[in-house]
Design a protein around this ligand. Sequence first.
Ligand code: ATP
Length: 503
Amino acid sequence: QDELFKKVISHAKEYGFIFPSSEIYDGMQAIYDYGQNGVELKKNIRDYWWKSMVQMHENIVGLDASIFMHPTTWKASGHVDAFNDPMIDNKDSKKRYRADVLLEDYAEKLRQKADKECAKAAKRFGESFDEAMYRETNPRVKGYLDEANETMARMAKGLEDGNLEDVKALIEEKGIACPISGSKNWTEVRQFNLMFGTQMGSTADGATTVYLRPETAQGIFVNFLNVQKTGRMKIPFGIAQTGKAFRNEIVARQFIFRMREFEQMEMQFFVRPGEEMKWYEYWKEQRMKWHSSLGLGEENYRFHDHDKLAHYANAAADIEFNFPFGFKELEGIHSRTDFDLKAHEEHSGKKLQYFDPEINKNYTPYVVETSIGLDRMFLAMLSAAYTEEKLEDGSERTVLKIPMALAPIKVAVLPLLKKDGLPEIARAIISELQLDFNCQYDEKDAIGKRYRRHDAIGTPLCVTVDHQTKEDQTVTIRNRDTMEQERISISELGNRLQTIVSI
Ligand code: ATP
């Protein structure tokens, strides 16, 4: 798995998806840039989310709020006081870790051990094997799972009660070592606020501390009435937003999984109090359907219902994805109650209420949120799509089987040779197609090499222009996944592409 992850990271760089930021200065931890192909894929994922959330829902509208917000926003939301992560340093390696992540990784390893045992047993017992039963009754498997659960529960309690000594004691008791040095010599656990602050205005005028937003959600809450009134929105309705968020993460590792600057795609759905659980279940299901529609493999997703809830939530679940380093949170669905709107009412002195004509009542709506990291979705897609194939002739190819609709480049148009008028025909084809599809012209290297290059960035279709094209206006098209080639007439290309790249 580690091997796969390394390959995905170097592939992402080699093919212009993701570069370390400021690389010529040796980069910065947990900050990355998207290259020429990455920016297209990222945009396509974002557009697909936007289309399915905003365009396909009559009662959801968009918003683009600023990154800077009035500082009181973050007081009201609880971020100034409570947006902390527990950090711990290893005295020997001088590396800093998140205490909760160390314990989560420990629990995840136990779960993986349990999975392995189950897989072994399934092999042994064949078709009659009942995994659920085995998990509950086999003492070794049960032991692993119980210990994982107990570890998480004790950690949650320690953090909730503010007993950081207990969290440290748990790390010591489990014998957790620094992943770099193997040392078990830990400092105390301390809380660390994740918000980036900066000064706005000159100091002479009296500068104010403002924060780079750590989530996009608050921009939606403070605009709730603006949108509701001007859009004449009726509850239930949603406001969707995509945009950058910033967190001074303690553990910055796992490539773009946890970054200090990242992008969120969030939707806050405003509902009548008392109806939030219905909508919470609805959005859990809808969001899982969205993921399924991408075809990355149903087995790669699972729900994780939270036992420990954030201060603002009365129900919460994560959609976890099977990343190369195990199942981890990809998206959160949270029933946030009226916590945020009430807090903003209190701090601003302005009412954020809705008059519900159906029941003739004023109330502060409840909120169900769906929140997904765009970069995490990108990583999920890249790692699920990365495929190494051995071909019949003994050669190998690397192909990115990303959903065709989201591929950075939809069609590569390739003249077989750089002469005899073939480049001109290829360019003419592109000028027809480029209004509707992102096309690329490529004439360098042998045709086989060009096919491989496009496999590696996930281009669904390669169109090859050869001498026959001049005679009968036909071209060969080659499908990325099947590698099958077929001759079709140039005039059919647009329609054919359309069917291939629609979801
Ligand atoms: P985690 O537990 O992994 O730190 P979180 O529970 O703090 O995540 P939320 O505050 O619920 O995350 O944010 C919603 C989504 O934003 C997450 O599901 C994740 O996809 C994304 N996200 C959060 N933090 C980061 C980050 N540092 N880098 C990239 N994506 C992130």
